[in-house]
Ligand binder design. Sequence first.
Ligand SMILES: NC(=O)c1ccc[n+]([C@@H]2O[C@H](COP(=O)([O-])OP(=O)(O)OC[C@H]3O[C@@H](n4cnc5c(N)ncnc54)[C@H](OP(=O)(O)O)[C@@H]3O)[C@@H](O)[C@H]2O)c1
Length: 333
Amino acid sequence: MKTLQITGYGKIENNLAFAEVNIPKVGNNDILIEIHAASVNPIDYKIVEGALKRAIKLTFPTPIGYDVSGIVIKKGEDVTDFELNDEVFARVPRERNGTFAEYIAVDSSVVAKKPNNLNFVEAASIPLVGLTTIQVFEKANMKSGDKVLIHAGSGGIGTFAIQYAKSKGAYVYTTTSTKNVDWIKNLGADRVIDYKKENYLDIVKDIDIVYDTLGKNYTIDAFKVIKSGGKVISIIGELDDETAKELELNSFIRFLLSLKRMRITKQAKKKSAMYKFVLMQPNASQLDVITVLIEKQSLKPIIDKVFDLDKAIDALLYLKEGRAKGKVVIKMK
Ligand SMILES: NC(=O)c1ccc[n+]([C@@H]2O[C@H](COP(=O)([O-])OP(=O)(O)OC[C@H]3O[C@@H](n4cnc5c(N)ncnc54)[C@H](OP(=O)(O)O)[C@@H]3O)[C@@H](O)[C@H]2O)c1
């Protein structure tokens, strides 16, 4: 089968190559998915560039891609929850990633049936951003009526997060640039802040939760806009100690991280606030929750661009520009 592989760390255009490899073997608990579509996420190009070297150890060549949709064409003897020809979607685990390919074998426990009202391209756009968002708002214990700031409302995460937070009854502030303001309003955000013309720090005050998708000064400044006792949940800022332990980082690295986190810790203390980093995990039951929302039409996928598999490197380069309006998807079938 055809697959895209990472051949080394560095520039995207120099460190990826297509290869012909065997179709993966199916273990007792696995299903073999004929891949119809796979979406691209920033983690894919960050891995190639070596940004996650410390957390994710690679030996080259290694596969790439986490989000998938497709059809079950084979199943292990212990798989009871799927049948051949089921249409499925998943965010596959790191140890078995490689969705920029024609087939993938994956433990059936991380896979869910795809929403009936989505095609494969739309379904592949959902798992990673959807699971991240559910896990972020669970960590924040978001309740109806909470005021939430979602940075980068026009990105892959933002377009899902705005709709999800609205479906849970939150009041949503979001940031984006001028060209995106109108269509982001149509996604349901209550206050769309055009960061080219307005400073969100003048507008957002005393809110319950910041969903930090931008990091750096945005993480620190989040403490200026939350109320006392508010919550800052980051998916890109500094690791908190709980997450560092989950990643099995040694005590010396954890000590270094605590130094890097010092400004955040100080700001959090001043505001009696919570700071957490969320590293999303595959989760089939949360995919089922998303499916219910999509089938009720409380949520819809937002697709920016679709690339054929042989243009997968272009898809990564496009996402890396950082201007995507929703999701970028690779189509195999
Ligand atoms: N920890 C985890 O488990 C986890 C999971 C998923 C994602 N992430 C991380 O979360 C980040 C966001 O992911 P994504 O998929 O949403 O990325 P993305 O789709 O590439 O984001 C692109 C969007 O960011 C917006 N943007 C860029 N700079 C901005 C700014 N200063 N203010 C407001 N909007 C801005 C752009 O809008 P404009 O063109 O209008 O600027 C564009 O629409 C990535 O760094 C990713 O690695 C982490």
